[in-house]
Design a protein around this ligand. Structure first.
Ligand SMILES: Nc1ncnc2c1ncn2[C@@H]1O[C@H](COP(=O)(O)OP(=O)(O)OP(=O)(O)O)[C@@H](O)[C@H]1O
Ligand SMILES: [Mg+2]
Length: 406
């Protein structure tokens, strides 16, 4: 039994008095006092102690819309401190505040998705010819020289990617090998030299999206902004020639406009849901757009693994950590020690591991199954707003062959 209950089973009440002189009804936490009446270091608080300064700092970080909720919560905590509320009342108020917070967050997310949808599906900006410095114009035909002009000397494999005109690029590369940089250069080249081009970066996490856009913007700045920007922020870069590089989350809500993309980039593709991939493939067939999948592996499952199984149908490059001139052998040895062989192989040696929890190795399953099911993606060439069937567990394979050529 906790020390908040008496022998008879009744809750023991706090022995302190409320500000109005009435007895505090809150349950005892410690030393006969409730949570709110626990002694606090009032001297420290008066000096602007930690509680105060933390709260003040948090308020500054808050979006303006959340300030009233925060203030209300602060009032509740102060009242709780003073014994004005019992534990149930305080819990109820905290619950209401957290629901309010969720509503505000959901509203903000929805607003952002709506804005992205609108921007992605906006009818193509009129392509505008914008005069360009002749030296810059001369780099149109040479993406390697273009990247060099931005101060990056591409690694051999990066130069191969830049020279390739393949509409299907598959990069299975270790962490930090330079995949975002090279694909960022492809994206920026398209935006600069193909007025009105739409380049879309799809990513599971905003961190990936911002990194890819940052790669584009770093190159753009290093080239001295050869075409002025209409707008530039951490999630997009829009140029005065009507070209746009936009990043969007990998949710079906944002895919409707992808049919217009001239280049579609799926960053950390192994983490993107198969349903999204199934939805965007038919769009690419319509737009004649190019597709770049870049990732470290993430188990023997999903479209990225399947593309790897059919890598001869793609422009494929595999780059291990040890092949990257910027990653030292000492660093890799440390990684192997810290991560263990299993995860090291995935992150730094491009290996598609079996699931840690899987009861069978997938090689054994492959050997046991004769008529391996091949999914026909044709059934998904339906309008984007028609739902897609639930993804089956690992094991089903995409038939990519039909989409490999346009
Ligand atoms: N050819 C290059 N020369 C010099 N620096 C490079 C080159 N390629 C990439 N870099 C630098 O290496 C770092 C990692 O590059 P990048 O972010 O493109 O790698 P990544 O493979 O996308 O990494 P992650 O696995 O974290 O997504 C960046 O600082 C980038 O500027
Ligand atoms: Mg990256």
């Amino acid at each position: 039994m906790s020390d908040t209950s008496t022998a008879s089973g009744n809750t023991e009440h706090c022995r302190a008095l409320r500000k109005d002189g009435t007895p505090c009804k809150a349950a005892v936490l410690r030393d006969g006092l409730c949570f709110g009446h626990q002694p606090i270091d009032r001297a420290a608080r008066a000096r602007g102690g930690s509680r105060r300064s933390n709260a003040a700092r948090s308020v500054k970080l808050l979006p303006a819309r959340l300030a009233p909720i925060f203030e209300r919560m602060e009032r509740v905590f102060i009242s709780l401190d003073e014994g004005m509320y019992d534990r149930q009342q305080a819990t109820a108020m905290a619950t209401v505040a957290s629901v309010l917070l969720k509503i505000v967050q959901a509203g903000e997310l929805e607003e952002r998705v709506r804005d992205l949808e609108e921007r992605v599906s906006r009818s193509q900006e009129p392509a505008q010819w914008v005069p360009m410095d002749p030296a810059m114009a001369a780099l149109r035909k040479d993406r390697v020289a273009f990247t060099q002009a931005a101060g990056i000397a591409p690694d051999v494999w990066q130069a191969d990617v830049l020279r390739s005109d393949s509409p299907r690029i598959l990069l299975n590369c270790s962490r930090q090998s330079g995949k975002s940089t090279v694909v960022g250069a492809l994206a920026l080249h398209k935006a600069i030299y193909e007025p009105g081009a739409l380049v879309v970066v799809v990513a599971v996490a905003q961190r990936q999206a911002t990194e890819m856009i940052r790669a584009c913007r770093d190159l753009y700045a290093a080239l001295d902004r050869p075409i002025a920007a209409e707008s530039e922020n951490k999630l997009s870069l829009e140029l005065r020639n009507g070209s746009r590089i936009l990043s969007v989350p990998s949710t079906e809500a944002t895919i409707r406009g992808l049919s217009k993309a001239r280049l579609l980039i799926l960053d950390e593709a192994s983490r993107i849901p198969d349903a999204l991939y199934a939805a965007v493939l038919p769009f690419l067939a319509i737009s004649n757009g190019a597709l770049a999948l870049l990732s470290t592996p993430f188990g023997k499952r999903g479209f990225f693994y399947n593309a790897y199984c059919h890598r001869d149908e793609w422009f494929y490059r595999e780059v291990w950590g040890q092949e990257c001139p910027r990653i030292s052998a000492e660093f890799l040895a440390k990684m192997r020690r810290e991560m263990g062989d299993y995860f090291y192989a995935q992150e730094w040696e491009c290996q598609f591991n079996d699931s840690v929890t899987g009861a069978f190795r997938s090689a054994d399953i492959d050997a046991a199954v004769k008529d391996y099911p091949v999914w026909d993606l044709g059934q998904y060439s339906v309008p984007a707003d028609v739902g897609f069937p639930q993804e089956e567990e690992d094991g089903a394979r995409w038939n990519l062959a039909q989409y490999a050529t346009r």
